[in-house]
Design a protein around this ligand. Structure first.
Ligand SMILES: [Zn+2]
Length: 257
């Protein structure tokens, strides 16, 4: 039986046959179980209603890109990302047991490509409208373009030792002060990422993470020398964090009645 995956490509916006893409790339330790909890299912889970978890037994993949965008991002950016992830993994072996962060030092690293691959991974969670609003489409479709307007988002990164891949769609949640955080989370081994889509509103959980703004603002692919201090965050659960926020607001409204 042939399955058809007709839809809108998350990077170029074309409506066509979509192709299978691994997020993260298969060679970047994407051969474990993964779970996806998005949209209504996420909200239902928080409210103890029925929800569906999309569980992939053999890694995490989706059908969100046209063949051309899938090939381009795979060919242009994925290899540098895979090498980066594998070197982070090898650094992990030499880490003291009670370490709170990992210092990653590298020479002549194509950091621009690595960041672009992170955005390519997020594209499927964001959908095309938001991708184009943020300028991620142009940024990814032009191979040598490393410029992107950083005023509309913040990208954070942290060390994660949990093998279970967790992707969320775009989530908005109220904080107790009434402000709204909007973000997407991509928890992969050994690095997890959060894309904050309302950068004026921060959150304690993200302040502990490494902000990649300087790397993005370098607007250059090759970086001669880099030292990244990447915090280790065990059991980071965006869902848990958000649940807490929603409970807070629920308690607040009960108290005021
Ligand atoms: Zn496309």
């Amino acid at each position: 039986m042939k399955y058809n995956h007709i839809g809108q490509c998350c990077i170029c916006g074309k409506t066509c046959q979509l192709t299978k893409e691994h997020v993260p790339p298969h060679k970047a330790f994407n051969n474990f179980k993964s779970q996806g909890l998005t949209g209504d299912n996420f909200i239902n889970a928080l409210q103890n209603k029925k929800y569906k978890i999309k569980l992939n037994q053999s890694g995490s993949y989706d059908y969100t890109l046209c063949a051309e965008c899938n090939n381009h991002t795979g060919k242009w950016y994925a290899e540098d990302y895979v090498n980066f992830i594998r070197s982070v993994h090898s650094f992990c072996n030499d880490m003291p047991e009670n370490a709170t962060f990992l210092t990653l030092e590298a020479d002549n690293i194509r950091m621009g490509n690595i960041v672009k691959e992170i955005f390519a991974m997020f594209a499927s969670s964001l959908q095309y409208n938001r991708v184009s609003d943020l300028g991620i489409d142009k940024y990814l479709l032009e191979k040598e373009n490393f410029k992107i307007d950083t005023s509309k988002f913040k990208l954070y990164c942290y060390m994660n030792f949990d093998y279970m891949i967790e992707k969320t769609g775009v989530i908005s949640a109220f904080k107790t002060d009434g402000s709204v955080i909007t973000f997407a989370s991509l928890k992969t081994y050994p690095l997890g990422f959060v894309l904050n889509l309302n950068p004026k509103i921060s959150d304690k959980a993200w302040e502990q993470m490494l902000d990649l703004e300087d790397v993005i603002k370098a607007e250059n692919n090759l970086i001669e020398k880099i030292a990244l201090n990447i915090p280790i965050i065990n059991n980071y659960q965006p869902a848990f964090n958000t649940k807490k926020l929603i409970e807070d607001i629920r308690n607040k409204s009960t108290n005021s009645n």
